[in-house]
Design a protein around this ligand. Structure first.
Ligand code: PHE
Length: 454
C-alpha cells in the first residue's frame, strides 16, 4: 500500500454521485440494444424476465462494486490490492484493461452519433433503407470517423481532467436531467404518430410462446444486458463509490440508479418503435446499424424528421458522453492514486492512448468487432466474475459489514445479498463467459479470418 496520503476528492452532493452513476449506466446499451431486444425476444414477457435479472443479478452485483469502492476509497487496482491476497491482488488490472479497450471503440461509436446529429441539420436523413445503409457504411469508417472519434475523446478528457466535483459532477448534473427531459418529450411526441398503436402492441404485448421456445438464448441475453447496461464488470461503480466521503445507504442509491436506468431504456422503446412503425420501417434486424440505418431512414421519411432526428442523435451523443467519462475515470483514478500523476496530465495521456487504440476501430468495422467482442464478452465478464467470487465467497463478512454502514442492521437481507452474489451472479457470469469465449472463437475463425484473407 502506498504510504503517501494525498487528500482524495469526494462528490460534493449525494445527488452528484447518483447522477454520475445514472449517467454511466444510461448509454448505448439502453438506447440501442434494449428496445430491440424486447421487440425481438417476446415483448412484455422478455421485459419481465429482464427486470428479474436486474433484481437478481444486476442489483447484488452493483452493491458488490459499491461496497468495494467505499471500503477501500481506492481505484480498482488499489482496491483489489488492499482487499485481496495472493493472485486476487491483481484482479484490478482486468478492470483497467477493460475500461481502456472499451472506451477506445465506444468513442468511435459516439463519434457516429455526433455525425448523425450534424447530418440532420445539414442535409437531412435518407429515407431509402438501402441508401441509408450505404451512407452509414461510408461514414462509419475512414478519416471522418477518426476525426469525430478525436473530437469525442477530447470532450471526455476535458471533463475528466477538471476533476470529480468541478468536472464529472458538474457535467452530469446538466447532462442527466437533459437526457431524461428530452427522452420523455420525444416519447410524448412519438405517442402522437399514427403508427403508435401498432408499435405499442409489438413492443408491449407478451408472447410467452417466444420465450418458451428460446429461453436458452434469452436467459444469457437478458443477464448480459443487465450487466452491461448497469456499467458493471469494469470497475466503474468501484471507482465512483470510492469518492463517497460519507456513509450512505448504498442499497437505496443502487435502487435509484437501477430505477432510472430501466426507465430510460423502457422509454427509448416508446420513442423508437412508433417512429419505425409510422415510417413503415421493419424493426426486425437489430445490427450495429439499427439506429444509424433503420431509424435514420425513418427520420428521412417523417415530417420534420430532420429535427426529431437531430434531437434524438444529439441526446444519444450526450448519453454516450456521460458513460464515457465514467470509463475514463476508472483508468485516470488509477494513475492519480497509484502513480501520483497530476490528474490533467493523466487524463490527457490516457485519452491520447485510448484515441490511438481506437483508430483501427474507426478504420474498419471488423476491427471494431474484434475489440468489442473481446472486451464486452470476455474481459468484462471475467472481471465481474472474479470480483463476485472474491466478495461473495471469501470476503462476505467484511462486505456485509460495509454494506450495513449507513443502513443499520441488515438482518436476513445481508445473508440474502451474499447468497445472491454467490450463486445467481456467479453462475450467470460463468455461463456468459463460456458463451462469450465460444462466440469470440467463432468470430476469429469466421469474419476475422476472412477479413485477414482479403
Ligand atoms: N452502461 C452503458 C450503456 O448502457 C455502457 C457502459 C458500460 C458504460 C460500462 C460505461 C461502462 O451503454
Amino acid at each position: 500500500m502506498s504510504s503517501v496520503e494525498i487528500p482524495r476528492e469526494t462528490w460534493a452532493t449525494r445527488i452528484g454521485f447518483i447522477f454520475a452513476a445514472v449517467g454511466s449506466a444510461v448509454g448505448l446499451g439502453n438506447i440501442w440494444r434494449f428496445p430491440f431486444q424486447v421487440g425481438q425476444e417476446g415483448g412484455a414477457a422478455f421485459l419481465v424476465m429482464y427486470l428479474l435479472f436486474i433484481l437478481a443479478v444486476g442489483f447484488p452485483a452493483m452493491l458488490v462494486e459499491f461496497v468495494v469502492g467505499r471500503y477501500t476509497e481506492r481505484n480498482p487496482v488499489g482496491a483489489l490490492r488492499e482487499i485481496g491476497t495472493g493472485a486476487w491482488r491483481y484482479v484490478g488490472w482486468i478492470f483497467i484493461a477493460t475500461g481502456f479497450v472499451i472506451l477506445s471503440y465506444y468513442s468511435v461509436v459516439a463519434g457516429w452519433t455526433i455525425r448523425y446529429t450534424i447530418l440532420g441539420l445539414q442535409d437531412g436523413y435518407l429515407a431509402d433503407a438501402g441508401e441509408a445503409e450505404a451512407q452509414f457504411v461510408s461514414l462509419a469508417s475512414g478519416l471522418d470517423a477518426i476525426f469525430l472519434h478525436a473530437v469525442f475523446m477530447g470532450a471526455v478528457v476535458l471533463i475528466v481532467a477538471a476533476g470529480i466535483k468541478r468536472g464529472i459532477e458538474l457535467a452530469v448534473k446538466v447532462m442527466v436531467p437533459a437526457i431524461i427531459v428530452i427522452a420523455v418529450g420525444l416519447a410524448a411526441y412519438a405517442a402522437t404518430l399514427e403508427g403508435a398503436g401498432d408499435a405499442y402492441a409489438y413492443y408491449l404485448s407478451p408472447d410467452l410462446g417466444v420465450i418458451a421456445a428460446n429461453w436458452t438464448s434469452i436467459l444469457p441475453a437478458a443477464a448480459g444486458q443487465a450487466f452491461f447496461t448497469l456499467s458493471l464488470g469494469m470497475g466503474v461503480m468501484i471507482t465512483y463509490a470510492s469518492y463517497l466521503g460519507e456513509e450512505r445507504n448504498l442499497a437505496e442509491d443502487g435502487a435509484i440508479v437501477i430505477g432510472f436506468d430501466t426507465a430510460i431504456a423502457f422509454i427509448t422503446g416508446l420513442i423508437v418503435f412508433p417512429i419505425l412503425f409510422t415510417a413503415g420501417v421493419d424493426p426486425g434486424d437489430p445490427g450495429a446499424g439499427a439506429i444509424f440505418v433503420s431509424l435514420a431512414a425513418a427520420f428521412g421519411d417523417l415530417t420534420l424528421g430532420w429535427l426529431i432526428g437531430t434531437v434524438f442523435f444529439g441526446t444519444v451523443a450526450i448519453a454516450a458522453l456521460s458513460s464515457a467519462i465514467s470509463l475514463m475515470e476508472v483508468v485516470v483514478s488509477y494513475a492519480v492514486d497509484e502513480l501520483e500523476v497530476d490528474r490533467r496530465v493523466a487524463a490527457l495521456a490516457i485519452g491520447g492512448g485510448m484515441f490511438v487504440l481506437g483508430v483501427p476501430s474507426a478504420y474498419d468495422l471488423v476491427l471494431l468487432d474484434l475489440f468489442d467482442l473481446f472486451a464486452d464478452q470476455i474481459l468484462l465478464v471475467l472481471g465481474g466474475l472474479l470480483l463476485a467470487i472474491l466478495v461473495g465467497w471469501i470476503l462476505s463478512d467484511l462486505a456485509v459489514e460495509e454494506l450495513s454502514l449507513g443502513i443499520g442492521d441488515l438482518g436476513g437481507y445481508g445473508t440474502a445479498w451474499i447468497w445472491a452474489v454467490r450463486i445467481p451472479v456467479v453462475l450467470v457470469l460463468l455461463v456468459a463467459l463460456a458463451l462469450g469465449v465460444l462466440d469470440y472463437l467463432e468470430f476469429l475463425t469466421g469474419p476475422f479470418a476472412e477479413w485477414l484473407g482479403e
